[in-house]
Each structure stands twice: as structure tokens, then as C-alpha cells.
Design a protein around this ligand. Structure first.
Ligand SMILES: C[S@@+](CC[C@H](N)C(=O)[O-])C[C@H]1O[C@@H](n2cnc3c(N)ncnc32)[C@H](O)[C@@H]1O
Ligand code: SF4
Length: 206
């Protein structure tokens, strides 16, 4: 039986970053969390009606990406995961990852996500340089990124990840390596170190 992995997309962000070409949009007013979770589960029902054999395949991992999934409340993430688990067959030790922007996290939220069934959080740090974060249009400074990593440790998640980018505007090799060293010092179980890609149709491209 081939295991199944599920990707769930949350498309809102506090503000759109000028380098980002993901399907992500600046939120205008309150996010319609309730309606969106209903729509996601309806969408899953439609897929399952078309591909009923999926139901019996063991669900190996769920990745809740964005956008900024950490804008959603733990209660809504719990409703989403309960809805998925009721429709599919969760496997043993299923990994449930959720992306978080350091500008949108609080201690209670990480614990709430863990209680909702999230096992791993991926934190969008990008850089520990205040200047580079400003140039990237990020809504947080280096202090909030470090704080988010400490909160992830304290929440006793199974794992967590720090996202970094290198090749930033006017960034020297030494500055990029310094970001990496600062990330390693926070002892995350995993680091993603992406080269900044200049994507068509982003502000950085024009
Ligand atoms: C979809 S984003 C979600 C994370 C969260 N929204 C945040 O930014 O904090 C996932 C990761 O993709 C990376 N990323 C986004 N745009 C990129 C680009 N143009 N080039 C390289 N990496 C990029 C960033 O490291 C980001 O944390
Ligand atoms: S917060 Fe993340 S998903 Fe949203 S615009 Fe910035 S990089 Fe893209």
C-alpha cells in the first residue's frame, strides 16, 4: 500500500513579501477561518468521491503551508486535522508540519498547535540581520525569529525547522555564513537554506 502525503494551503499573509511568488495574499480584514476550513474539507470530500481508493492508503504526512498558516487559530487547525483524520487513514507516527512566520507566533499558540496534532513547525526566519529583514519586507526582526525558535523548543514539538535564505541583496558570503551559524546555535532539528530566487511577477523582478 503506497503511503499518502497531503498538502493543505493557507493563502493569507500579514503582508506580501516583495520576493515571494507563492500563492499568498495580504489579508484584508479578518480571515474567514471557519468558512475556509469547511471549504478545504468539502474539497477533500470531492477528491475522495473521485478517487475512493485513497481512503485506505496510510497517511504518512500532512504539510500545512502557505501563505502563513500560523495566522489560523489552534482551534481551527484542530478542526482541520480532525476532519482529515475522520476522512483518511492516519498512519503510525504521522508527521504533521505547519509553517509559521515569526511575526505571528505566541507561546500559547505553539502549545495549542501541538495539542491540535501538529508535530513539526517550520519557522520562516530568512535572516538574522535587521537590515536584510527590512529589505526583504519581513514583518519581524531578528529577535522575534530567535524567540520563535525558543518557543518551538519549549512547546516540545517532535521537531521543528528554520527556513533561511542566502544570496540576499548586497549580502556578502560572510554575512550569509553568519546567518547559518546563528541558526545552528539555536539547535533546530532541521534547517532549510534556500538561495533567493528572483521570480517573475514579484516586486524584486521589476
Ligand atoms: C511559502 S514560504 C512560507 C513561510 C512563511 N510564510 C514565512 O515566510 O515566514 C516557505 C519558504 O520559502 C522560502 N522562499 C520564499 N520565496 C522564496 C524565493 N523567492 N527564493 C527562495 N526561497 C524562497 C522562504 O525561506 C520561506 O520561508
Ligand atoms: S510571509 Fe511567506 S508566504 Fe507570505 S509573502 Fe512572505 S514569504 Fe511569501
Amino acid at each position: 500500500m503506497i503511503p499518502l502525503s497531503l498538502y493543505v494551503h493557507i493563502p493569507w499573509c500579514v503582508q506580501k513579501c516583495p520576493y515571494c511568488d507563492f500563492n499568498s495574499h495580504t489579508q484584508k480584514g479578518a480571515i474567514p477561518e471557519d468558512d475556509y476550513i469547511d471549504a478545504l474539507l468539502d474539497d477533500l470530500d470531492t477528491d475522495l468521491a473521485a478517487y475512493p481508493s485513497i481512503v485506505t492508503r496510510p497517511l504518512h504526512s500532512i504539510f500545512i503551508g502557505g501563505g502563513t498558516p500560523s495566522l489560523m487559530s489552534p482551534a481551527q487547525i484542530e478542526r482541520l486535522l480532525a476532519g482529515i483524520n475522520a476522512r483518511l487513514t492516519p498512519g503510525n507516527n504521522m508527521e504533521v508540519t505547519m509553517e509559521a512566520n515569526p511575526g505571528t507566533v505566541e507561546a500559547d499558540k505553539f502549545i495549542g498547535y501541538r495539542q491540535a496534532g501538529v508535530t513539526r513547525i517550520s519557522i520562516g526566519v530568512q535572516s538574522f540581520s535587521a537590515d536584510k529583514l527590512t529589505r526583504l519586507g519581513r514583518i519581524h526582526g531578528p529577535g522575534e525569529a530567535e524567540r520563535a525558535a525558543h518557543l518551538a523548543h519549549q512547546a516540545r514539538l517532535t521537531s521543528f525547522n528554520l527556513d533561511l535564505m542566502h544570496g540576499l541583496p548586497d549580502q556578502s558570503e560572510q554575512e550569509a555564513l553568519s546567518d547559518l551559524e546563528q541558526a545552528i546555535a539555536l539547535k533546530p532539528p532541521h534547517i532549510s537554506w534556500y538561495q533567493l530566487t528572483i521570480e517573475p511577477n514579484t516586486q524584486f523582478y521589476f
